[in-house]
Design a protein around this ligand. Structure first.
Ligand SMILES: C[S@@+](CC[C@H](N)C(=O)[O-])C[C@H]1O[C@@H](n2cnc3c(N)ncnc32)[C@H](O)[C@@H]1O
Length: 179
C-alpha cells in the first residue's frame, strides 16, 4: 500500500464522522493540526467547532480555508496543551473528536480526563488512530497502541460504552465512547 493510502481514505472517514456527529452540534477536536476536520463539519453539518492544538503552525492555513468556505464564524482554533483543556474552556461540548493524536500524547489518561470534564453529560468521543501492527508503523516508524490498550486508557479515564471498529482494511481504529 502506498504512503497516500490514508489520504485517499480521508473523504470516507470524514463522511463517516459527519454522519455520526450529526447537524449543528458543538464539537471540539483535540490535536486539530490544520483544522481540516473542523472545517469539514462546519461546512457540511453546520457544527460549531473548536480545534485545539499544542502547536499553532497550521492555524493560519486553517483560518484561510474557513474564510474561503464562509464558515469562519463556526470555526475557532486555540493553541493549548490538551492536558490543560478545562482551565481555558468555559463551555461544554456534544462531541470530542481526535484524529491520529492518541499515540502522541505524553499523558493520555490526563488528557482523556480533561476531555470528560469539557463534555456535556451525554457527550461522546470519536478517536481515530493507527493500531499496533498497522501499515502506519512501517511508514512513519512509530509505535501505536493495540485496540485493547486504547480501550483500557478510556476505561481508566472514566468513559462508558467504549466500542471500536476497524476501518480502511484494518489500518485505522475508530473508537467511540460515552462520557
Ligand atoms: C499526527 S498530528 C495529527 C494532526 C491532525 N489531527 C491531522 O489529522 O492532520 C498530531 C497532532 O497532535 C498534536 N498534539 C500532540 N500532543 C498534544 C497535546 N498534548 N495537546 C494538544 N495537541 C497535541 C500535535 O501538535 C499534532 O498537531
Amino acid at each position: 500500500m502506498a504512503k497516500n493510502f490514508y489520504e485517499r481514505y480521508e473523504p470516507t472517514l470524514f463522511s463517516r464522522i459527519a454522519r455520526d456527529v450529526g447537524k449543528n452540534r458543538n464539537v471540539i477536536e483535540i490535536g486539530c493540526g490544520d483544522c481540516r476536520l473542523c472545517n469539514h463539519l462546519a461546512r457540511k453539518n453546520g457544527c460549531t467547532t473548536v480545534g485545539i492544538d499544542i502547536n499553532d503552525v497550521d492555524f493560519s492555513r486553517a483560518r484561510v480555508e474557513s474564510r474561503r468556505l464562509h464558515i469562519s464564524h463556526l470555526v475557532e482554533c486555540i493553541k493549548v496543551d490538551a492536558e490543560k483543556l478545562s482551565r481555558i474552556l468555559n463551555k461544554k461540548f456534544d462531541f470530542c473528536l481526535s484524529l491520529y493524536v492518541l499515540h502522541e500524547l505524553r499523558n493520555p489518561i490526563k488528557v482523556l480526563k480533561e476531555v470528560r470534564a469539557i463534555l456535556k453529560e451525554k457527550g461522546k468521543v470519536i478517536f481515530v488512530d493507527f493500531p499496533e501492527g498497522s501499515l502506519a508503523e512501517q511508514l512513519w516508524d512509530e509505535k501505536y497502541y493495540s485496540v485493547k490498550e486504547m480501550k483500557t486508557l478510556f476505561k481508566r479515564a472514566g468513559f462508558k460504552k467504549i466500542g471500536h471498529q476497524l476501518l480502511a482494511r484494518k489500518q485505522l481504529v475508530y473508537l467511540t465512547a460515552l462520557r
